[in-house]
Ligand binder design. Structure first.
Ligand code: NAP
Ligand code: GDP
Length: 333
């Protein structure tokens, strides 16, 4: 292997964000701000079939095999509000193990730069708005997902400790809620957009009501996976800090779950009844994040309009229903 060649290992490379990074490396011009470093880059998109990153020996074997120069670390136990509420210890433990192993293997293998993926769930529940990068450790996270949140939050502590003790260039991205092609479209254990897209698709197919969970009042910022993928590549190539950076649309683009449901109805072309199951949890009311740090670095970055990105995601889902991650419950409907 040539010593000047970049080998970029993407853990969790088969998931929502990994598939979007794969797409962007194939579609953005090489050497552009959001494209590959060079034509001869080797991008490796890992799945759990390549090894279980909760296990140090398997993680080290992957790093021995590929000798990465750069790592985009996406692999995680991931789920929406309802899965997080059910499996708090598993979310904490699996994510701690994965993060510990990937960062240790990166240090041991002399990786030049690692970007780990956090989430706005890491921020404190009781916080001043808008949330910014300085708030990560200022109080306990929301009770609905404290396992996941602590598992992720500690990555920022690791990044500073690796930097101060070993000089490692490890940093993190903090995206808001993400959606796009290749998402997990499970009916129960998914995030709100893929879960509702699937439910609306079935309601249209079966001529039944489309039922949305909770009150519809919570607020969220959504980023399209392919926009996020461009930002990850920019961050890998240009971002100079150990401190994390929030990757998000602006505060003005925050929308309610009710607006999300209405947009999904439109994108799916559903004309039946919409009902609300208010017995289901709302989770955190809002986690409004500031993207002013991102805007300082990239004032001109253009986000895909929400309705355009949602239509692309719905079209992908409809066209790929048989191979999409739809979960066991869907097979019966
Ligand atoms: P995803 O679609 O669920 O994909 C998860 C990926 O991680 C898959 O490639 C999966 O492999 C891999 N993985 C899971 N457990 C593993 C293990 N023990 N060993 C090896 N690989 C493992 O997730 P995503 O939505 O793309 O999320 C990517 C990152 O963004 C995560 O760090 C997540 O916490 C963060 N994030 C997500 C959201 C969101 O709304 N989705 C929001 C904020 C932050 P298999 O395909 O083989 O299972
Ligand atoms: P969060 O942003 O981490 O809370 O995660 P989600 O993507 O799971 O969004 C949760 C919000 O969407 C809550 O207010 C839920 O009540 C609401 N919601 C409405 N319908 C659904 C659904 O079918 N699945 C999920 N995950 N959330 C839903």
């Amino acid at each position: 292997m040539s010593s000047s060649k970049n080998v970029i290992l993407v853990t969790g490379g088969t998931g929502l964000v990994g598939a979007a990074i794969d797409y962007v490396t194939q579609h953005e011009p090489v050497g552009s701000r959001y494209g590959k470093f060079a034509e001869d880059d080797q991008w490796v998109f890992l799945s759990s079939k390549d090894g279980d990153l909760r296990d140090l020996a398997q993680t080290m074997a992957i790093f021995d095999k590929y000798e990465p120069t750069h790592v985009i670390h996406l692999a995680a136990l991931v789920g929406g509000l309802f899965k997080n509420m059910k499996y708090k210890l598993t979310f904490l433990r699996d994510n701690l193990l994965i993060n510990d192993n990937v960062l240790w293997a990166s240090k041991e293998h002399g990786v030049k730069k690692v970007i780990s993926c956090l989430s706005t769930c890491v921020f404190p529940d009781k916080v001043s708005y808008p949330i910014d990068e300085s708030h990560v450790h200022l109080g306990p996270p929301h009770s609905s997902n404290f396992g996941y949140a602590h598992g992720k939050r500690l990555v920022d502590v690791y990044n500073h400790a690796y930097n101060e003790e070993f000089g490692c260039n490890f940093t993190a991205a903090i995206p808001t809620n993400i959606f796009g092609p290749h998402d997990n479209y499970d009916l129960e254990d998914s995030h709100v957009i893929p879960g509702l897209v699937h439910k609306c698709y079935l309601a249209k197919k079966n001529n039944t009501p489309f039922t949305v969970s909770g009150s519809g009042t919570p607020l969220r910022q959504f980023i399209y996976s392919r926009d996020l993928a461009k930002l990850f590549i920019w961050q890998l190539k240009e971002y100079p800090e150990i401190d994390p950076i929030i990757l998000s649309v602006g505060e003005e683009d925050e929308i309610t779950i009710k607006q999300v449901a209405e947009s999904i109805v439109k994108a799916v072309g559903f004309q039946g009844e919409v009902t609300w199951d208010s017995s289901k949890a709302d989770g955190q009311y809002k986690k409004t994040a500031s993207n002013s740090k991102l805007r300082k670095y990239l004032p001109d970055f253009e986000f895909t309009p929400f309705d355009v990105a949602l239509q692309e995601s719905v079209d992908w889902f409809v066209q790929n229903y048989d191979k999409a991650r739809t979960g066991a419950a869907a097979k019966k409907q």
